[in-house]
Design a protein around this ligand. Sequence first.
Ligand SMILES: Nc1ncnc2c1ncn2[C@@H]1O[C@H](COP(=O)(O)OP(=O)(O)OP(=O)(O)O)[C@@H](O)[C@H]1O
Length: 704
Amino acid sequence: MAAGGSASRRAQEARRQERLLREQWQAARQQARQWEAASEGERRVAAQLLVLTERGWRLLVDRRWPGTRAANVDMLLVGPGGVFVIDVKNWRAGPETWGGKLRADGEPRDEHVARLLAVTKAAEGAVASLGMSPVAVQPLMVFAGQRVDTGLGRIRLLGEREVGPALLSERCRLRTESVRAIADHLERVFPDYEGPAVGRTAPPTTARPQQAASDGLFDLEGLRDAALEEALRAPIEQWMTFLHPDQVALVRRNWSGPARISGPAGTGKTVVGLHRAAHLARRTSGRILYVTFANNLPRVQGTFFKSMSPGVADRVDFRSLHSWAQEFLQERGVQVRLHGDKAETAFSLAWKHVGRDSRLAEIDPAPGYWREEIDHVIKGRGITAFEEYATVPRRRRRAVLRRSHRQAVWALYEAYESLRGERGVHDFNDVLSLALAEATRRKEGPHYAAVIVDEVQDLTLVGVRLLHALVGDVPNGLLLVGDGQQAVYPGGFRLADAGIDIRGDRGQVLHTNYRNSKEILDAALTVVADDVFEDIDGMNTPGRRDVELTYHDGQVVRVTKPTVAEHDQALLDALRALRDGARADAAVLCPSVRAIGHYQRLLSCAEIPVCLLEHYDGRPVDAVKLGTYRRAKGLEFKRVYLPQHDAALPKGASAGGAGVAEAHETARETGRETSREREELLRSQLFVAMTRARDLLWLGSVDR
Ligand SMILES: Nc1ncnc2c1ncn2[C@@H]1O[C@H](COP(=O)(O)OP(=O)(O)OP(=O)(O)O)[C@@H](O)[C@H]1O
């Protein structure tokens, strides 16, 4: 989209919002005027909040504080932004905060702080009984007639003009059904002092939009800007605070040693992992390390975490494993010269000298398979002696290697290591091995109270050992989160290989998919239906797993065209048909970096704004996301477009096609177990990409 086009859309949206807001504002003002008992200041605050009730929030006014004789709570507000306990102040002077204390008019006012925190605790107790994590309840002090926007511990202090826009700008945390359930519950727990709850009645239909946006009593300005921002914001980034009681139990559980949470795609593993991080951060004074293999995911998770749990966000480090390991080595004064290109050249030369004409070509003449063998089996497992490699079980590797083959692999490995050494460079596996050696050699900082590993199935054995070494077997120290079915890299490991013992209730499985509709999940499961996979506990699990579903809307659209040009045009048409703002929740995912290049050019030429997944940080952006299947790991989008999704798979193995068994046949025909392994990996990657879709899965094919 050209800059001009996007500016004009923004202006159009701004006008639409302004119209809508004026109507809502009108209704809010009328309602606020009816509160005769309230002071003028309180009515102005209420008017700001009443606008929110026109936008899906629920406002409970003047409620009885349970467990007290006659105390009341000014307001409880529940909406997409969370739960707010509000104390309205009609003070002559504005608040001053200093050294964690509240003053006004030269007088200490700490009793107001203590009181608000006590009511907040009561509200937290109420929502916790619903299974909701207490991070969503926030205390607010609102000052009529003042301009304020500051904080005092966990309390936010806002002026009457600031409160509406601030709440409207809150990141979306609760879905409509959660807002309803929580507000209903709070209504019961905090009974009416007098007067009904506000926010369930429709705005008066007789209220006609009038010109005056401000009559001295009311102010629309700030709300208008925040409303526009809200409208343009992509709701997919909303934060999940309403956990299922089973999930809450996992978040708060006391584990006596390393623990593991597994479960199929979309079952809330990451949600639980992040809440667990917040829970541990609140309970300990140490730092928490939250690691994944992928580079972009920590940024996204960090953003979500900040909005979910701002109070402890600075105590949790969201890092990708390799970048963390590099920094760790640097801090310890260990020299690392990571150089991917030079390492790649060293391997190519080694292949030329000792690989290409060896017995390895009998099994697979392509060097890629052998590079993976070195990366994921030899170096990934930290093997440094041939005798160990000669007998090691090669997890999830299909080709059977006799001793003579393994000798040939070893010769290739040694040649590679020697050429790499000559160049004085390290590869990614070296970084992890050096870090592991350093972590075991000197058991001193960084002192992590806990390490949480997300997408653990993507790590190598050395990577897992390294993270285990940081916390050992201390209670609540190591938490491994992942799903073997979503492995997108070759090889693998078992927990037992890493010396990690997870027994009894320390291994938990989630079963309810909260993301995908039946149609989408069925299409994805069909791709991997025949692929039995081995998870890190060593258990073999069939590809088609039983999952409980909660999300019922969602469709699969299949588009097959005779040429790439027609296929790409269909993709562009589908993306162009998205209504305003919808592309923020759309992702085009491709199997390879090369395909990304192609689709980036295509979308740019069509003036469709693109945000590469490597630049996406979890904040809403009005552009179609574009990235590889691997980069999409752990993320989700309302609409997922997979152009030429079956191009790399053998014919008949397309998503939902009947030919997965035929695909296995094809691999057998080539006589290569290595082809079969590669195809299996491609199917896993496709499965991951398909299960990112919430509402729409677009599957493009070219019928060559
Ligand atoms: N209790 C719940 N109620 C409603 N939605 C939920 C619940 N728990 C999780 N979700 C939502 O389900 C979706 C999937 O959650 P999450 O990403 O944590 O799953 P996951 O198991 O890590 O998925 P994957 O392995 O596919 O990456 C998210 O949109 C999340 O907000």
